[in-house]
Design a protein around this ligand. Structure first.
Ligand SMILES: Nc1nc2c(ncn2[C@@H]2O[C@H](COP(=O)(O)OP(=O)(O)OP(=O)(O)O)[C@@H](O)[C@H]2O)c(=O)[nH]1
Ligand SMILES: [K+]
Ligand SMILES: [Mg+2]
Length: 439
């Protein structure tokens, strides 16, 4: 286990009212004593003058917090110095702590130590990073929930069920002559089958958690001059994309990050779709279609004064929202295009924009609102769950109990990789607790 003591500013650098420096490791307590003259009572904010250990000069008056192990964030002795904000104070504190034998922490080292001491599982550690990075309310809620351990508990519960199933199988294989509870394989099969179904359902969540964490992709598509760039600018409320009366203005994909009712969204404007001999415009259209294929939702923009063009109509799938732009120039408008409800808007006057945003928000919410059960939030989780599912499927087909056991063991290990809790000891625990084979 780690024996050195680390420190790092826990707050962003620069001027501020207060900056917090965090210490973790066996020297945290002695460092407090050397800096302030005594160890403050645990978990009580204590005001103290801090002295430079070399010259004795006071470099700040600060609030000190002392969290003796194991009741701390890392599980080690932890101290916090709530210093005045500013670079010179931080430099003096860093110099003093270095002189006392502490070193600057690596990125993520506090959380890593918390994990190593069993204070966090990996999903909780990831959630801390997500919470700090959260830019919208829905992201914050999801991260907080994961930080509370909901996701880790789900995976650990699944892993425990597998470990138990594995123990039954192992017992049948290793002690066939013993008078064990009968029909072990029959009792294991439904466990594996049920878990496989639960994992499949968990994976078939439309990438809810991942989208919420990384952002939901919405692509704007339509014929040249339909007003796609105008619409992007109107929604973003700034002049992001070039607008002109010339068809074929937009070539590159232009992205804007938005907070849509608490959901993180990336809105992408694209080149107008049409037949063209211009090589650059063709490349733009290729990129537009590629973006459409990868988008979570598409916004199809038609010029309300013209009949709908076939290239855009061809994209009117289930994840498409239809907009008739330039409603300010048109009279009566159809309420449907290609069987999809059509919203009349004007990027020029702002007419219908509020309704469009409400419809977009509702569409995003319907697909990506956090479910009652915790959602997986990272490709890392998905890959491990897919590996787990593949092993379970193999176990169901395995011709021999030994092979089935190996597959179940691989499945359990894949789950353990998500939370970082992989140990073989619990297998032995379960065997001896459930069967009392040892006599
Ligand atoms: N009257 C009116 N004009 C609009 C509206 N939206 C866009 N326009 C005009 O239509 C023309 C084309 O607008 P753009 O936003 O450049 O259209 P685009 O779909 O991005 O065009 P490309 O990038 O060439 O594919 C410009 O002259 C805009 O001023 C609208 O709602 N009403
Ligand atoms: K244009
Ligand atoms: Mg454009």
């Amino acid at each position: 286990m780690t024996t050195d003591t680390i420190f790092a500013p826990a707050t962003a650098p620069g001027r501020g009212g207060v900056q917090v420096v965090r210490l973790s490791g066996p020297l945290a307590g002695p460092a407090l004593v050397r800096l302030s003259g005594r160890l403050p009572p645990p978990r009580q904010a204590t005001l103290a003058s801090l002295h430079d250990p070399a010259g004795g000069e006071v470099f700040d008056r600060a609030l000190l917090l002392w969290f003796p192990a194991p009741a701390s964030f890392t599980g080690e002795d932890v101290a916090e110095l709530h210093l005045h904000g500013g670079r010179a104070v931080l430099a003096a504190a860093a110099e003093a702590l270095t002189a006392l034998g502490l070193r600057v922490a690596e990125p993520g080292e506090f959380s890593r130590r918390a994990f190593e001491h069993g204070k966090l599982d990996l999903t909780e550690a990831e959630a801390i990073a997500d919470l700090v990075a959260a830019e919208t309310a829905a992201q914050r809620r999801q991260a907080l929930r994961q930080m509370d351990g909901a996701l880790g508990r789900l995976y650990e519960d699944w892993r425990h069920r597998l470990v138990r199933a594995l123990a039954h199988l192992e017992a049948e294989i290793d002690f066939p002559e013993e008078d064990l509870p009968g029909g072990l394989t029959d009792s294991v099969r439904p466990v594996v089958r049920d878990l496989l179904a639960e994992i499949a359902a968990h994976l078939a969540d439309g990438h809810r958690g991942e989208r919420l964490r990384d952002g939901i992709a919405i692509a704007i598509l339509g014929a040249p001059n339909a007003g796609k760039s105008s619409l992007l600018n109107a929604i973003a409320r700034r002049d992001v994309a070039i607008v002109s009366a010339q068809a074929g203005t937009t070539r590159d994909v232009i992205e804007v990050a938005l907070d849509l009712g608490g959901y993180p969204v990336t809105l992408a404007d694209t080149a107008g779709l049409r037949e063209t001999l211009d090589a650059v415009e063709s490349e733009g259209i290729r990129r537009a279609l590629d973006r459409a294929a990868r988008a979570d939702l598409t916004l199809l923009v038609f010029d309300a004064t013209l009949p709908p063009d076939p290239a855009t109509l061809a994209l009117a799938g289930e994840d498409a929202l239809v907009v008739l732009n330039k409603a300010d120039l048109a009279g009566e408008l159809p309420s449907e295009v290609a069987g999809r409800p059509a919203l009349a808007v004007s990027a020029a006057t702002g007419q219908g924009l509020a309704a469009l945003l409400a419809t977009l928000t509702a569409a995003v919410e319907m697909r990506y609102a956090p479910a009652a059960a915790p959602s997986l939030t990272r490709a890392r989780h998905r890959a491990a769950l897919e590996a787990c599912g593949a092993s379970l499927a193999r176990a169901l087909e395995a011709p021999l109990p030994e092979l089935a056991a190996e597959d179940v063991r691989l499945a359990a290990r894949a789950l353990g990789r998500i939370t970082g809790r992989v140990d073989v000891e619990d297998l032995l625990d379960v065997i001896f607790r459930d069967f009392c084979i040892g006599k």
